[in-house]
Design a protein around this ligand. Structure first.
Ligand SMILES: Cc1ncc(COP(=O)(O)O)c(C=O)c1O
Length: 484
């Protein structure tokens, strides 16, 4: 061999791997050329001062990866065609060095250019009331790991799913949970498992709304829903919200033919208002009369702290005007990316096709684990445990805000969900408040981006899920330095 092979006796990398790597690099760099014969394992072992088995192990690995070949009775040679040649497309480096031609985007692509990736920068303060995460440190990881490893041993989820609507045992488990906990009318065959609420929004808009069609939505509303609607060219009709939720009278006065109305009736996002029963009935009647569909985003309804749970809007009607949508992002963890839609029966076939074309299915392993998790009662137990933790945090927040700001603060939507909306009586602009809060180590999120029209300002979304009571108390106390 015309190159030196030196072994490092202090390295944690075993000798066989050092030899393997040195030979591989020599082949790739051309220091060992195609068809060149390698020394015998015995000769190389003795020149390196290692056992023959060590060298054999390195050669075997290079043989199995296609760098070397043996010729019976003659020896071991470098292959003509290296595996790396088969993996790398020639000319890629040259192509990427060329100036890129002007790319012409679709209408959809052009609309996306104007969107910010994450509209509200996440506060990176030591005490952040940022919205959107459950208490991830409370997640029963050991239990999840057990279920995961059981399914990993079985491997029955490796193939494409037979039905893009989702894993049948998971759909059965969700149907049982929803009928019991949310009084939703549902059969497992009406359930579509999605990659979170976000995919449900995307699919619903693509299937039901054409560019130029009208969508009504709460004002303020969930920005990520609004972004999906506008990205697909819908015309938005904001409808005001008060302490009883969406103003259904204002909705009925819209003259445009509304294809879809997006609502969060259990805990309006972000104001926290609960849609009253008379308004629920009026909304359902309006949708039925007008042939419109309701997108019911029931994103955090699992958590209610006082009063009786309010049944889902979908359960009050015949199930044909409402697309009921839920997610495991808040009750379990957001990167799971599992949500579900309960579809009116007539829409099942078209959504099945849309899901198949979009991404085939939600990953099978996660669905199988989640199905077991729910069926074994762990979901309900986890919700019960978290409800008590969140309740204490919520009370700590409400008490601290009231104690420090008295009647200069209005707290909305505190009876349910994972956040409250806080309205401060102040003239200080939101941006200044956020900057001043950051200076005292507190992260605040303004509710203004959730408004389509001008926002009244001085409204903040306070989530209490990620902070324990003492951090909440300290965080609110620090806000007194803001001059509110
Ligand atoms: C109103 C609303 N709906 C749904 C979601 C959850 O979305 P996903 O299931 O895509 O994580 C959120 C999360 O922040 C939300 O605020």
């Amino acid at each position: 061999m015309d190159f030196a092979l030196a072994l490092d006796s202090h390295s944690p990398v075993p000798y066989y791997q050092q030899i393997y790597e040195a030979l591989r690099q020599a082949i790739l760099a051309g220091r060992l050329s195609a068809q060149q014969r390698l020394p015998s394992t015995r000769a190389l072992a003795s020149s390196l001062g290692v056992s023959r088995a060590t060298v054999t192990q390195s050669y075997d690995q290079l043989l199995s990866e296609g760098y070397l070949q043996t010729v019976v009775g003659s020896g071991t040679y470098v292959c003509d065609q290296l595996p790396d040649d088969l993996l790398h497309t020639p000319g890629l480096e040259v192509a990427s060095a060329l100036p890129s031609p002007p790319v012409s985007l679709s209408v959809y692509g052009r609309r996306l250019v104007d969107f910010a990736d994450r509209p509200t920068p996440e506060p990176d303060a030591p005490i952040s009331f940022r919205y959107g995460r459950p208490a991830l440190d409370q997640f029963p990881l050991a239990l999840w790991r057990q279920l995961l490893s059981r399914h990993c041993r079985q491997g029955d989820w490796l193939d494409y799913a037979t039905d893009p609507m989702g894993y049948w045992p998971l759909r059965c488990a969700i149907a049982a949970h929803l009928s019991q906990a949310r009084a939703v009318h549902c059969q497992p065959d009406h359930i579509l498992i999605t990659n979170g609420t976000q995919q449900a929004l995307d699919l619903a808009t693509r299937v039901l709304v054409s560019a130029g069609d009208a969508i009504a939505l709460e004002e303020p509303s969930y920005l990520s829903a609004r972004s999906v609607f506008t990205s697909q060219g819908a015309i938005l009709h904001p409808v005001p919200v008060d302490e009883s939720g969406l103003n259904v009278d204002a909705l009925t006065q819209l003259t445009a033919p509304i294809r879809l109305v997006y609502v969060t009736p259990s805990h309006q996002f972000p104001t926290g208002a609960v849609l009253s029963l008379p308004r629920r009935l009026a909304l359902l009647a309006w949708a039925q009369q007008r042939g419109s569909l309701i997108f019911e985003d029931d994103y955090d309804s699992e958590y209610r702290y006082t009063g009786r749970p309010i049944p889902a809007l979908q359960g009050l009607g015949n199930g044909q005007s409402v697309l009921y949508v839920g997610t495991f992002s808040k009750v379990l963890f957001p990167s799971l990316r599992v949500g579900y839609m309960v579809l009116p029966s007539a829409l099942v076939p078209v959504f099945r096709r849309a899901k198949w074309l979009s991404d085939r299915q939600v990953p099978g392993l996660e669905q199988a684990v989640l199905a077991d998790f729910i069926a074994a009662g762990h979901l309900e137990r986890h919700i019960r445990r978290m409800r008590s933790i969140y309740d204490q945090r919520r009370q700590a927040l409400v008490t601290a805000l009231t104690q420090h700001f008295g009647d200069r603060v209005t707290i909305l939507g505190e009876n349910a969900g994972l956040h409250v909306m806080v309205r401060f009586q102040t003239q200080i602009p939101d941006a200044d408040l956020i900057a001043k809060a950051a200076q005292v180590g507190v992260g605040l999120i303004s509710a203004s981006p959730q408004y389509l029209g001008p926002s009244p300002g001085h409204e903040f979304i306070f989530s209490y899920t990620e902070l324990d009571e003492s951090a909440i108390v300290v965080g609110v106390k620090r806000l007194t330095a803001l001059g509110l």
